[in-house]
Design a protein around this ligand. Structure first.
Ligand SMILES: [Zn+2]
Length: 200
């Protein structure tokens, strides 16, 4: 366990991290991974998952192993033995590679889960929509993750994209070690509100 994670644990026992303490911790870190982790762990709502009711019927119950891994990733603790992933990447003891491994199924599972939440929200709001409609491509060649079945504005339907981000992914670290929050690129944000013209 790294030094800062020990200090963060000590602080979290009953104190709120002040801005100066956060800055002091940040200055003590040399690795981008640790800086990104601290920024994410101390950002607003990052701990909201701890307040979710553990309802199995809603998929909100985490087993002991899941909590162990989630807490370990949050604190930068060692959660596995260093090894080589079947995808070829080297996995260190802190194990964040599993969240962004292109060879595993977890990325796809999380994407489908999030997409389902968006689709259910649409249904709750009485907005007919379908997920991942076949034959639907935008002009940039991307397939939307969902589309409304009724016109939204000017005779056009709304499409949406779900992007599952990982603070510790190598591709996001150049952004996340400096800025907390989802590492969206500006074009991705625009896609969320993009209006799709139905061509058939
Ligand atoms: Zn891998």
């Amino acid at each position: 366990m790294s030094e800062w994670s020990c200090r963060l644990q000590t602080i979290s026992m009953g104190q709120t991290v002040s801005a100066s303490e956060r800055l002091e911790l940040m200055d003590s870190l040399s690795k981008r991974e640790d800086q990104a982790r601290l920024l994410a762990a101390t950002s607003a709502h990052s701990g909201d998952w701890l307040h979710a009711l553990p309802l199995s019927g809603c998929g909100l119950r985490l087993d002991d192993r899941a909590v162990h891994i989630a807490a370990g990733l949050r604190l930068g603790a060692n959660i596995c033995k260093p090894h080589q992933c079947p995808c070829g990447a080297t996995v260190d003891a802190e194990g964040p590679h599993g969240l962004s491994c292109k060879g595993g199924s977890s990325r796809s599972a999380r994407h489908h889960s999030f997409n389902d939440i968006v689709w259910r929200a649409m249904s709750k709001a009485d907005i007919p929509a379908v997920k991942e409609a076949s034959g639907l491509l935008t002009t940039d060649g991307k397939r939307p993750d969902g589309v409304t079945l009724i016109p939204w504005k000017d005779g056009r339907c709304v499409i949406w994209y779900v992007t599952v981000t990982d603070t510790m992914a190598q591709s996001y670290l150049p952004v996340t070690f400096q800025t907390s929050g989802p590492p969206y690129s500006a074009p991705d944000r625009e896609c969320i509100t993009k209006v799709y013209k139905n061509s058939h």
